[in-house]
Design a protein around this ligand. Structure first.
Ligand SMILES: Nc1ncnc2c1ncn2[C@@H]1O[C@H](COP(=O)(O)OP(=O)(O)OP(=O)(O)O)[C@@H](O)[C@H]1O
Ligand SMILES: [Mg+2]
Length: 288
């Protein structure tokens, strides 16, 4: 693949390509997402430069890009504990529910990562549990943002996996103009899925949602049996609006009283992260 990285194992296969766990020369674990070159039609240098500058505790860090003979390769940070999909599946199998606190914590980690991307004017475009990775201490990091922009819309559409279709907002599905609000739709679906441990819409309901002539009603979170707060329904309704204009912006969602406590915790944590980066940079300057 590349002499700088030693492949340890293959850990995944998605619509775009294969994912490998690798080690660099310092024996650090990293991940390479490999996309077959022959199908690769579009390459935006600019976008790669933007990805490299994104450094945030709730997003997977993009490290470098290189082209080998047959593939284009994206090197990134490794998240050790699988994906949110694995976690949801485990809970479903065991018929467990997330506690109110666990739900708020995981949800806010996702929302906070998304808030960062949106603040940089990056639309994720493929928010789904498979792209929400978990670290050793079960903190969340968003993955796979920007890739669809780098590989180009037509490539992305041709390789959209079924998994992505389920989280696709009505406007993206219908090829209408879209903006950051398409990520909010997926965020709402994930919120519902974590609360109820099932997807809110069946196949036929999805078809109904896509028909603008038919009425749409936001699904209901059954909070009573699950000891959740009635405000959970209000939170859901900020996100799962069919009309993107009616969906709330990520800043409004993060400021919702239900998530207040988590939001201030994340703000503090992020400030500490920035401080640590500055101290590390100063130390490195001192060394040189
Ligand atoms: N940085 C990473 N750290 C750990 N595991 C990862 C990482 N990136 C991807 N994976 C694993 O590899 C799997 C496949 O990733 P990939 O992004 O190719 O496919 P996907 O997310 O299932 O679908 P899509 O191609 O639509 O993104 C993921 O679901 C995840 O389990
Ligand atoms: Mg992915």
């Amino acid at each position: 693949m590349c002499e700088n990285y030693k492949v340890v194992s293959k850990i995944g296969q998605g619509g775009f390509g294969k994912v490998f766990l690798v080690q660099n020369s310092r024996k650090e674990n990293l991940v390479i997402k490999s996309i077959p070159l022959k199908e690769f039609t579009h390459y935006v240098n600019n976008e790669l430069e933007i990805l490299k500058t994104l450094d945030h505790p709730r997003v997977i860090k993009f490290i470098e890009f290189f082209a080998s003979q047959k593939d284009y390769n994206f090197v990134m940070e490794y998240a050790e504990n699988g994906t949110l999909r694995t976690l949801i599946n485990r809970y479903q199998e065991s018929r467990w529910r997330l506690t109110k606190n666990d739900l708020a914590e995981i949800f806010m980690d996702i929302a906070y990562g998304l808030r960062f991307l949106h603040s940089k004017n990056i639309i994720h475009r493929d928010v789904k549990p498979e792209n929400i990775l978990m670290t050793l201490d079960y903190r969340v990091k968003l993955a796979d943002f920007g890739i669809s922009k780098i590989v180009g819309d037509s490539y992305a559409q041709a390789h959209t996996s079924i998994g992505s279709l389920v989280y696709m907002s009505p406007e993206v599905y219908l090829h209408l103009p879209y903006d950051k609000k398409c990520d909010i739709w997926a965020l709402g679906l994930i919120f519902y899925e974590m609360a109820m441990m099932k997807h809110p819409f069946s196949k036929s309901e999805r078809a109904r949602i896509l028909n603008p002539l038919l009425t749409y009603q936001c699904p209901k979170v059954d909070w009573i049996g699950r000891k959740y707060d009635p405000n959970y329904q209000q939170a859901l309704e900020m996100m799962l609006q069919r009309d993107p204009e009616k969906r709330k912006d990520i800043n409004i969602i993060c400021a919702f009283p239900l998530f207040d406590r988590m939001f201030s915790f994340l703000e503090n944590e992020c400030a500490l992260y920035e401080l640590k980066k500055k101290i590390d940079a100063a130390r490195n300057l001192g060394r040189n």
